[in-house]
Structures are given as C-alpha cells and as structure tokens.
Write a protein that binds this ligand. Structure first.
Ligand SMILES: C[S@@+](CC[C@H](N)C(=O)[O-])C[C@H]1O[C@@H](n2cnc3c(N)ncnc32)[C@H](O)[C@@H]1O
Length: 377
C-alpha cells in the first residue's frame, strides 16, 4: 500500500492505526490531498496564524500543516495515536502540535479552521456549535470530505451555525465546502449534547455524548444482549469492551454485584458517557474507564469475563477487522476458563472467527437478526 503522501507542503510517510500487515487502505483520502493543496495555493498563512483541525483521521492534515503548530481535535484515541506516531516517523516535533479530544476544546480563537466531515452528523453538530466560541468574523472555515459522506444535512448544519456555504469542484470524488463565516448566527445556542434517556425497566439515566453509538434510544442488538448477560455472585473482573454509553457494563454490574467493572472504548465521548451513566447509577461503586484500542493495556490472563458488541466500522471504514482483533485480544487477556460473550448480526458470522481463535463456540441465544455467542478460554 502506498504510504507516501505527496502534497505541496512536502512528502509525508503515513501509516494507519491499528497497524496491520498487508494493509490495503491508505492513511489519507482524496479530501485530505485536496484540502492541503488548496490551503497551500489559496490561503495566506503566516507563522503567527492559528490553525485548528477537526477530525484528522491519521494525521495527514496535522503533518501537512505542521509548520503552523496546529491544534487538532478528534474523538478517536486511535486517530490521536496515529497522528502522534506519524509526526514522529516524519521527524517532526510533537511539541509544536496540540492534540485535544472532542470534549476538551481550546479557549483561543483561530484564523483557519479545517473540518474533515465526521461519520456521525451529531458529532459534526456538536463541533460546529462549540466552534462558535473559537472563531471571529475573519476566520476562514473550510470543510472537506468524500462526496458520499456529504449529505444535505452537512450543508444545512454549516449554514445554520456558521454561515453561507460554497462548494468547490469535485476532485477524485472529494469536495471542499467554503464557509462565509458569519459570527452573528445562533451565537447563544448551546450544544444539545449530551442527551439522556431512561433505560427501559430500570431507573438508570443513560448519558450520551454526541459521538456515541445509538445515542437517542436503546439499540435493538444491545437490548437483546442485555437479556442474555451472565450473572454470578463471585467476585470477578469484568470488561465491557467497546462500551459506548456503558449500558452493558452497567447491567453487568447489577447482575454481578461483587464484581469489578472495566469500561473500554476508543471514543473519548463514549468513555465520558459511560463514566457519567455508571456513577449516576452506582455512586458508591468504583469502576475503571479506559480510552484505548481495545484491551491493549490489559495484562495477559487477568480477566474473568468480557462482553462485547463489536463495532462494524472504524469511522468511515467498514469491516470486521476490529471485531477479530478484539477477539484475539480477549483470548490473551482472559484467565483460563474465562468467558467472552459476543453479539453480532447473523450475517457477520463471528462464530467462525471465534471458533478459530478459542477452539469452541456456543450459541447462547438467537433471534431473526442477532446471535449471541459464548466462548471459553
Ligand atoms: C456497536 S458499539 C457498542 C456500544 C455498546 N456496547 C452497546 O452495546 O450499546 C461498538 C463500540 O466499540 C467502540 N470501538 C470501536 N473501535 C474500538 C477499539 N479499537 N477499541 C475500543 N473500542 C472501540 C465504538 O466507539 C463503539 O462505542
């Protein structure tokens, strides 16, 4: 796979994360190239310019605009790690770049704001509303993305909160959107996120920041999983892997009252949501919350139970690689005799990979759409 991004700012070696042998996908897209070319040719930047980059996937934009010491905000831990590692492998100084997460915005104002359109429209809305506090009438705002990711709602949100928009020509299926910044629009509007709902048949109030899976109501797959959670009175170490808003871990804590819960997700907003949902439900119980790539931070053979509703995409990239990597990590981290319980859409066929990795696989429950499997180490 091609790893050298050639743009007017220079040539940059870029790798995706998680790192995979025989990676077939590049660590940047045509929208990144278009944006970097446009900024180089059309935007007057000086050493004093303040540049903000939103949702850079693997650091292509940060590396390209490194000379301006940009601030970069993302909700993805993997994106942040990839950016760090690409900065280092191109011998750029990491100290000049400020990497922030989606709930930790800078207080200063910016001269140039570049927005890569994220997969989740709610995240875009949250970011655009937060953006109002860090722009001035003179801020240049450019959004960029692959045309297939630019629904009419993307344009509507930009126009509602930031100003009139103008499209660029399409290039390699990518487009830029130029915003005529208008700071008099909607100034006093606060982000509607996080949003809350009450988990059915319980008193639990579930917190959902903008980028959280099924943020408005209980997902039907998750609902099915909640009906088939293991319960045990023994003290055990339990991981809610890919926890989103933390519902699964919360109900595991209820069904396993003496166990210790670990919540893991690569989204900062997911972990913030899970933390709030859990501490609201069980203020007196301690749990651990990790923003991380799956179980990479866990020691081998230390966990009794892992429950997982795996993601079927990493941002805009679809595939079951993340699920398989989570199954392999689970095998390493589980104690002998420990259990991994997984829910998946019937057509994803996770049982084939589970059986290959664990050597066993039992169907716990199934309905028309979903199957729940249990494997034992
Ligand atoms: C299908 S959602 C499940 C959310 C929640 N457990 C539920 O059932 O409602 C999958 C979750 O996995 C998270 N995720 C994706 N890639 C991950 C990774 N590499 N490590 C940890 N979590 C990841 C996503 O952010 C998302 O919250």
């Amino acid at each position: 796979m091609e790893t050298l991004l050639n743009v007017p700012q220079g040539g940059f070696q870029l790798q995706r994360l998680p790192y995979r042998k025989n990676e077939k996908l590049k660590a940047w897209d045509a929208a990144d190239e278009y944006l970097l070319n446009h900024v180089y040719e059309q935007v007057d930047l000086t050493e004093e310019s303040h540049v903000l980059i939103l949702n850079d996937k693997f650091g292509a934009l940060v590396c390209g605009l490194h000379a301006f010491n940009p601030v970069a905000i993302t909700d993805s831990w993997l994106s942040q790690q990839a950016t760090r590692s690409n900065i280092a492998s191109n011998n750029l100084s990491g100290e000049d770049v400020i990497l922030k997460n989606s709930l930790d915005w800078p207080k200063q104002t910016f001269d140039l704001v570049l927005i890569k359109i994220p997969k989740t429209l709610a995240l875009l809305e949250d970011q655009i509303i937060r953006l109002q506090a860090v722009i001035t009438e003179n801020t240049i705002i450019i959004a960029a993305g692959m045309i297939k990711a630019m629904s009419a709602n993307v344009w509507k949100l930009l126009e509602k909160y930031l100003g009139q928009t103008k499209p660029s020509l399409a290039k390699k299926k990518a487009r830029l959107i130029f915003v005529e910044t208008n700071t008099s629009l909607q100034k006093s509007i606060k982000s509607p996120y996080p949003v809350y709902y009450q988990l059915e048949h319980t008193e639990y109030k579930i917190c959902n920041h903008a980028n959280v899976f099924s943020r408005d109501s209980l997902d039907i797959g998750t609902r099915f999983l909640l009906q088939h959670l293991p319960s045990n009175k023994q003290t055990r170490k339990i991981v809610d892997l890919g926890c989103g808003n933390g519902i699964v871990g919360l109900m595991l804590a209820e069904a396993n009252p003496t166990s210790h819960l670990y919540f893991v997700d690569e989204s900062y907003m997911a972990i913030a949501s899970a933390k709030e949902s859990f501490s609201d439900a069980f203020p007196e119980i301690k749990a651990d919350f990790y923003v991380a790539d799956g179980l990479t931070n866990f020691e081998a053979e230390t966990v009794d139970l892992i429950v997982c509703n795996p993601p079927f995409h990493q941002q805009n990239t679809v595939g079951n690689q993340i699920a398989i990597s989570m199954f392999k990590q689970s095998y390493r981290v589980l104690k002998k005799g420990g259990e991994l319980r997984v829910i998946g859409n019937r057509h994803l066929g996770y049982h084939i990979d589970l059986r290959r990795i664990f050597g066993n696989c039992i169907e716990v429950a199934a309905n028309k759409k979903f199957v729940i499997w249990k494997v034992i180490k």
